[in-house]
Unconditional design. Structure first.
Length: 276
């Protein structure tokens, strides 16, 4: 049986490229489209949880659930994003959109090490196997290739690598792709598509134009469209725990439209035929 939910990891070897912003932008587009979505915040900094306006409030964080993956219930410990209530309050909806969060915290750091055993890599897969009702799962990974990221890859149908058009980010993305191919051979032969999202693009920069051409040459059709331009309001939007679709102003609406297009390009492509 083909699994109906699509699990997508958003990864980057290099910090500061907007990986969490891409995760939140896709979550915002999914909420606007009415796609039942779960966001798993695997980054020990838990910035995605902050941006989604959630706290654990007595429920288990994702780190605690991973620790007790055989017994813990992901469904019993998710928290509804504050975006969901804002979306309902702004419109008269007959069907409440679903955007749930597995809340992150620093405790997940116990698994962010390079020597994680193969059985530990299956902990997130075990948790996801005990939940249902979602069409899309977005996993915000830490900016490393340690255990948490590899745990996410083990549970995923698709990997999105976020890169900005700069020398070190493009080089880091190439290294991550090589690491993914090694991971595929050793641990995950059924791993699906590996794509690249160009983020924080400045079209008026000669360096950015050069690096974008380089990215297309190196990564070919795996570079997704649209490219995401630099957006100055991200810090304010995330600090206020709003989705980009709910933020006023034309720049936010243009950015929201780009994430709508990016989400369609992700969800319209079969993640992995034949995966059970």
């Amino acid at each position: 049986m083909v699994r109906s939910v699509q699990v997508v990891s958003i990864s980057s070897l290099k910090g500061g490229v907007g990986k969490t912003s891409v995760t939140l932008g896709l979550a915002s587009a999914a909420l606007a489209a009415g796609i039942p979505t779960l966001v798993i915040d695997l980054d020990p900094h838990a910035d995605a949880s902050t941006g989604l306006g959630v706290r654990a409030d007595g429920k288990m964080t994702i780190g605690r659930m991973l620790k007790a993956s055989r017994k813990a219930s992901l469904s019993d410990n998710i928290v509804s994003s504050s975006w969901q209530a804002k979306a309902v309050s702004k419109r008269s909806l007959t069907r409440v959109p679903v955007l749930d969060v597995a809340v992150g915290d620093a405790y997940t750091g116990i698994y962010d090490r390079p020597d994680l055993r193969a059985r530990d890599l299956r902990r997130l897969t075990q948790l996801l196997g005990k939940t249902s009702g979602y069409s899309l799962v977005l996993i915000d990974c830490p900016p490393s290739l340690n255990g948490l990221t590899r745990m996410a890859w083990s549970a995923s149908d698709r990997i999105l690598l976020v890169a900005e058009p700069s020398l070190f980010s493009v080089a880091g993305t190439e290294r991550t792709q090589r690491a993914l191919e090694m991971f595929r051979k050793e641990y995950a032969p059924d791993l699906g598509r590996i794509d690249v999202v160009a983020n924080r693009v400045r079209k008026d920069s000669d360096e950015h134009r050069f690096r974008l051409t380089e990215m297309r040459s190196m990564f070919g059709a795996s570079v997704l469209s649209p490219e995401l331009p630099e957006f100055a309001d991200w810090q304010q939007i995330q600090g206020a725990a709003y989705s980009v679709h709910q933020w006023p102003g034309q720049p936010a609406q243009r950015t929201a439209g780009l994430f709508d297009e990016l989400l369609r390009n992700i969800t319209d492509t079969a993640a992995k035929p034949g995966r059970a």
